[in-house]
Design a protein. Structure first.
Length: 221
C-alpha cells in the first residue's frame, strides 16, 4: 500500500511539473517598454521555420509548408531590400521538462543538439542575426530582448509558425513592451486551422496590424 501511494505521489508530481512547465513556456513575457528613438528602425522576425517542422524529414511536420516557405522567402527578400533587420528565431527544447513536453506534444521535435533545430534549408539567409528560444515567446531570450532596443527597433513584422503558439506569444510579448506589431498573415501557418478566424479577430482587437505579403512588399513605395 505504501509503495502504491509513493508511486501515485511521484506520478502526480511529474504531471504537475509538466503542467507548470507548459504554462510557463506558453505564456507571453513582459519587459522594459520601448523608448522613443530619433531614427526608429524595423525588424522582421522569422519564427521557428525549422527542419523539424517544415523540412523533408520533419518530426512534427506542418502541411502546406511549401507555400509557407515561398511566402516567407518573399518577405525576407523584401525586408532585405528595405533595409529592415532580419532576425531568425529557432526553438530549442533544452531542460528535462521541456524535452518531455516536446516528446509528448511534438514527437520530440527541436530538442537542443538535434539537426532538426536548424532553419529549414530552403529559407533564404540574409543576415547573421539568429536567436534561440526555450519558450513560446521569443522575448524569453534576453539577448533578443536587449538587441532590439539597443539597435533602435520599435516596429516588428512577424512570419513563421505557429499562429496559435509562438507567433501569437511573441506578438503579445512585443506588445507588452510597446512595439508596433504587424503579422504577415499569408506568411504564417497553424496546425489549428479551425481557430484561424478567431486568432485573426483577437489579433486585431489587441492592436496587431494584419497585412499580406503583397502589402508588405509595397511598403514605402
Amino acid at each position: 500500500m505504501n509503495f502504491m501511494i509513493t508511486v501515485l505521489v511521484i506520478i502526480f508530481c511529474i504531471i504537475g511539473l509538466l503542467a507548470y512547465g507548459l504554462i510557463v513556456m506558453a505564456s507571453p513575457t513582459k519587459g522594459k517598454k520601448v523608448e522613443p528613438y530619433e531614427n526608429p528602425k524595423k525588424a522582421l522576425l522569422v519564427i521557428d521555420v525549422q527542419e523539424d517542422f517544415t523540412g523533408k524529414t520533419a518530426k512534427s511536420p506542418y502541411k502546406d509548408s511549401e507555400r509557407l516557405i515561398a511566402a516567407v522567402n518573399s518577405v525576407i527578400e523584401g525586408a532585405a531590400g528595405k533595409k529592415i533587420e532580419i532576425v531568425y528565431i529557432r526553438n530549442e527544447f533544452e531542460n528535462f521538462v521541456a524535452k518531455m513536453i516536446s516528446k509528448l506534444l511534438f514527437k520530440g521535435a527541436t530538442i537542443k543538439g538535434d539537426p532538426g533545430t536548424r532553419i529549414d534549408e530552403r529559407i533564404k539567409i540574409k543576415s547573421e542575426l539568429s536567436f534561440f528560444k526555450r519558450n513560446a515567446d521569443a522575448f524569453s531570450n534576453q539577448e533578443l530582448d536587449a538587441f532590439l532596443p539597443a539597435n533602435g527597433v520599435d516596429e516588428l513584422y512577424l512570419v513563421g509558425l505557429d499562429a496559435a503558439g509562438c507567433v501569437d506569444r511573441t506578438a503579445k510579448g512585443a506588445l507588452n513592451r510597446g512595439y508596433k506589431v504587424s503579422i504577415i498573415t499569408d506568411a504564417v501557418i497553424t496546425r489549428y486551422e479551425k481557430k484561424w478566424d478567431s486568432i485573426l479577430k483577437q489579433w486585431e482587437q489587441i492592436g496587431i496590424a494584419l497585412i499580406t505579403v503583397k502589402e508588405f512588399l509595397k511598403l514605402d513605395e
